[in-house]
Design a binder for this molecule. Structure first.
Ligand code: NAP
Length: 247
């Protein structure tokens, strides 16, 4: 069945792969980005080339007005069936004792408050009691939620632990609304997020320690996300799916 979905942080990395894979299925895709309009436009063009419908929508997920407006613009593509709460950031690797408040606040503003705002708007748009179709919400957690991110990102790891807890609670809250809520916990995936943390080679360097012996690709995560959005996963909710090569 064809669907209309919104992917936050759809301009690069895992969000980009998800948006393009969904476009290839013939779905309509709202591609959110924060700053990188050129990258978002390239994703929209790739979806159009594949025969899908897409639009790029600017918005910072940590700003409530941006999130509300993003969902309104996304709905112009069609009634929403799925939302991927994907936008997320890291900061340069550091021990907690050296982290300043501004850094931690930004991590929690984008990764936690941003995700909660997006999940709230998703429910408002999907809930049957509000005239929606029901649907699927996929949250991007991380293997860091269970590993803890020591010496690098304990702030980030905690923000991802919040995604696991949100998945468990919200799935129970909105099941009766016809909405499924699941999380993906990627391991070491080759995207630009590692460069933004000051370690561009991190996925390749540490990926070899995974049981499958390599880092994963954004497409390998995107495939799992698209499955959770699709009707093929119709009885799956409240799940935390590791896509980690066994890490
Ligand atoms: P990425 O390559 O760095 O891409 C980040 C995306 O998020 C970009 O599209 C960026 O938009 C967008 N973004 C950043 N801040 C935003 C904001 N405030 N509002 C809206 N959009 C924003 O990241 P990624 O590796 O694909 O990661 C995607 C998700 O997977 C994140 O939640 C991350 O924590 C999670 N994850 C990744 C890995 C990994 O190894 N890569 C592992 C575990 C979990 P612009 O292009 O406009 O900057």
């Amino acid at each position: 069945m064809t669907k209309t979905i919104l992917v936050t942080g759809g301009s690069r990395g895992i969000g980009r792969s998800t948006a393009i894979l969904a476009g290839r299925m013939g779905w309509s895709v709202a591609v959110n980005y924060a700053r990188n309009k050129a990258a978002a436009d390239e994703v929209v063009a790739a979806i159009a080339d594949a025969g899908g419908k897409a639009r790029a929508i600017r918005g910072d997920v940590s700003v409530e007005a941006d999130v509300v407006s993003m969902f309104e613009q996304a709905s112009e593509l069609g009634t929403l069936d799925g939302v991927v709460v994907n936008a997320g950031i890291v900061a340069p690797a550091s021990k907690l004792m050296d982290m300043d408040t501004a850094r931690m606040r930004r991590i929690f503003d984008v990764n936690v408050l941003g995700a909660y705002l997006c999940a709230r708007e998703a429910v408002r748009h999907l809930a049957r009691s509000r005239g929606g179709n029901g649907g699927s919400i996929v949250l991007l957690s991380s293997a860091a939620a269970r590993i803890g991110g020591p010496n690098e990102y304990v702030d980030y790891a905690g923000s991802k632990g919040a995604m696991d807890t949100l998945t468990i609670g919200l799935s129970k809250e909105v099941g009766p609304e016809g909405i499924r809520v699941n999380a993906i916990r990627p391991g070491l995936i080759e995207t630009e997020i590692h460069a933004s943390g000051g370690q561009p080679d991190r996925a390749q360097r540490l990926g070899v320690t995974a049981p499958l012996g390599r880092a994963g690709t954004a497409d390998e995560v995107g495939e799992a996300i698209v499955w959770l959005l699709s009707d093929a996963s119709s009885y799956v909710t409240g799940s935390l799916l590791d896509v980690t090569g066994g890490r």
